[in-house]
Design a protein around this ligand. Structure first.
Ligand code: AHR
Length: 337
């Protein structure tokens, strides 16, 4: 009981400026002590610091983590950082204070984690990077990184454009003018998807990125940036959006400008969530590179091993595919998220 009260107190500290809840929605206060940390039971306690709820992908990822924790019998303390690094750092410090058995998080941006990760290391709490990685020279600060290869995702998007260059010149002027909707500035998927895409389109000198701006991975952000691109840029042929939500926002802006998305302006996105796949099957998007959000089962498996002191691979890459319009029509009915 005393331990439980102490945990409640730590949860209250976390609540300042942070949306936090346990897997049972109890404000981060629930759960018994962890296997090694606060002791008393064999149940593993995991502190998970999520990026936010910025996209359909993120919502599916959160659901996967919460459902998998329950299934695996792991006591999950979950916090939503509302896309702010300082909130994630606060959440991680709170998990250290609560002596959880393992910390997992999806870093909102790549840099600036060494201090808090060193604190977790000193407290002997293992850390698992999930979905996104950190940019740090000290790889001893975390046990493993589970997630997609974002550079490869960008390459797949760029390769599709190179392979479909002829039909993507919607204005028929011999030049393919691309506008890019970037993810959150400084986030690994924004940096890597840009790099991968640029590397591939370099093979065709008729393709150029005319404008590139962040839409913060949100539908609203994608819509606003696309509205401004439509005003500032003549003859846009292609939109490359770093996620489905921004692509869906761009569709709204393109339709409002009296143009046909997928026809007058081709659209390439990343994620393949249900709303994106629906737009793809309707012909409003032309190509989607999949990014799999269902990381929960693998994360729980890794967490059990790490807490038991077993070796885990330093990198676990998610398997993913790509979809064109016909492929989207074929799988849409079975798409879970
Ligand atoms: O880190 C994964 C990316 O973050 C997804 O592509 C995007 O939708 C999310 O917000």
């Amino acid at each position: 009981m005393f331990k439980k009260l102490m945990t409640v107190a730590a949860g209250v500290v976390l609540a300042g400026g942070l949306a936090a809840c346990g897997s049972d929605g109890d404000g981060g206060s629930g759960g018994s002590g962890g296997a090694g940390g606060s002791g008393g039971s064999d149940e593993i306690t995991m502190g998970f610091a999520q990026v936010g709820a910025e996209s359909g992908w993120r919502t599916a990822n959160t659901k996967s983590i919460q459902a998998s924790a329950e299934e695996a019998g792991i006591d999950l303390k979950f916090s939503d950082a509302q896309q702010k690094q300082e909130n994630q750092i606060k959440a991680i410090r709170s998990y250290i204070q609560q002596k959880v058995d393992v910390i997992a998080f999806s870093p909102v941006v790549e840099t600036g984690w060494d201090t808090v990760l060193a604190e977790a290391k000193r407290a002997k709490i293992p850390v698992i990077l999930t979905d996104r990685s950190v940019d740090s020279d000290d790889t001893s600060l975390y046990k493993t990184f589970l997630g997609s290869d974002f550079v490869l995702e960008g390459e797949k998007a760029g390769q599709w454009l190179v392979d479909n260059a002829k039909t993507s010149d919607t204005n028929g002027d011999g030049a393919i003018k691309v506008v890019e909707l970037q993810g959150t500035t400084g986030a690994a998927p924004a940096i890597d998807r840009k790099t991968g895409f640029e590397d591939k389109i370099a093979a065709d000198d008729t393709i150029e990125i005319a404008a590139s701006q962040t839409g913060d991975f949100t539908r609203d952000g994608g819509k606003k940036v696309m509205e401004s691109f439509l005003k500032s840029q003549q003859d846009i042929d292609v939109v490359y959006a770093h996620n489905d939500d921004m692509g869906l926002g761009a569709i709204e802006a393109i339709e409002a400008a009296g143009k046909k998305p997928g026809v007058d302006i081709k659209i390439i996105t990343v994620d393949a969530v249900k709303d994106g796949m629906t737009a793809l099957s309707e012909g409003k998007i032309n190509f989607i590179v999949e990014c799999n959000p269902l990381l929960g089962p693998q994360l729980m498996e890794l967490a059990k091993k790490v807490v038991a002191g077993e070796e885990v691979p330093e990198r676990v890459v998610t398997e993913e595919t790509v979809f064109d319009q016909e492929q989207a029509k074929a799988v849409l009915a079975d798409r879970q998220y």
